[in-house]
Design a protein around this ligand. Sequence first.
Ligand code: GDP
Ligand code: IMO
Ligand code: MG
Length: 423
Amino acid sequence: MSKGKVDALLGIVFGDEGKGKVVDCFTPKYDIVARFAGGPNAGHTIIFEGKKFVLRSIPSGIFDEGKLNIIGNGCVIAPDLFMAEAKELEAAGYDLKSRLHISKRAHLILPTHRVLDRAYEAAKGKNKVGTTGKGIGPTYSEKAARTSLRVGDILENFPEKYAALKSRHEQILKDLHYTDYDIREEERLWMEGIEYMKSFPLTDTEIELHKALKAGKSVLAEGAQGTMLDIDHGTYPFVSSSSTCSGGVCTGLGVAPNAIGEIFGIFKAYSTRVGSGPFPVELFDETGDKIREIGNEYGAVTGRNRRCGWVDLVALKYAIALNGVTQLIMMKSDVLDTFDTIKVCVAYKKDGVITEDMPYDTEGYEAVYEELPGWKSDLTGLTSASQFPKAFQDYIDYLEKALETPITIVSVGPDRAQTIERA
Ligand code: GDP
Ligand code: IMO
Ligand code: MG
């Protein structure tokens, strides 16, 4: 934790690395937790004291009373989904209104953005991105096109603004011959969500952050998605539509680069990807199935199978450089407890050429592996790094050396308590 600074916790592969769990663990050390990108395409799982929550738009610092949580300007927000998520937390006894501020500059996902998401996907045929269907691409596209609506718009003449944008969307859908949809019920809930959102502080969150930083407060920026899904640096076009990297923290919260402190890069002890797009380490055999089964690798938002493979050093090295990662956090180590050997992808190969650098397009590349012995013991009950079996310690040492970055936290189970700090 750095006082007067923004530390960032970023997924550095294809998302679902366990960001929610670690942000929740880190929250006691920070004054403010802020989301800077994405929207309800995220699904961040938090488990403690026998309770489980999956957060979409609300930051994972929300369980800690007295901490301010911010949905920043770089985020997109669906009022109906936000209302459902927030009401679930309120029903569980968390008083959100005193601890959650929403940026007036965040953009609104309309019901028709979700229809457009489906329509664009349908039009892509076999080149589908495999989106979460939450309207993310259409909303960020309109943000860039300067035709979108922001949270601040709900405070003045909103019905007119909404009707104009909706009718524009209807025209686009007509042009796409995508007219078989009915959003009446969705729209009713969405409007209810708009009213509900008005009961939260809708603020200039960047100014709040400037003042907080000046006063020496500490901020944790919670990433969504992962580096390989970044609009600029991911496996385009099979990416999300926001800046998921450390640069996105600055634009998505309105904080300057010199306000950034530590950059935590979070990854799993293996790899997963959900949705379409190239994935050189993907395993199509029973090893992949075994990782999926043990790791419970099914999407938190859509329930889809996550594609599984071994850890990918090409992607990790690229992500560490892109983000300026200062510390690594390795998650889900326990999932590999029963494997005889563990493979590590050290390079990609195509047409006989081997590269350790991330190619422009990873389609057609296969993984080149090194193999390490498995630890073949149960990590889930361990509480300190001194208890690590030798082969597991060797795996950590191997990765640290290859990635030239310390792994300071290791996770050995989904619960808040199953988190081990390494000195
Ligand atoms: P996020 O999107 O990065 O917050 O990650 P998700 O919540 O989508 O996916 C991570 C999944 O792994 C969740 O189901 C977590 O409960 C679970 N999880 C997190 N850490 C661990 C761990 O160390 N071991 C195991 N077995 N599961 C974990
Ligand atoms: P968290 O924050 C994993 C993937 C989708 C799809 C692509 C584009 O939980 O790690 P979108 O709906 O954003 O237009 O979909 O990105 N995707 C994620 N994959 N974790 C996520 O979030 C994701 N958010 C989007 O599966 O391939
Ligand atoms: Mg997730």
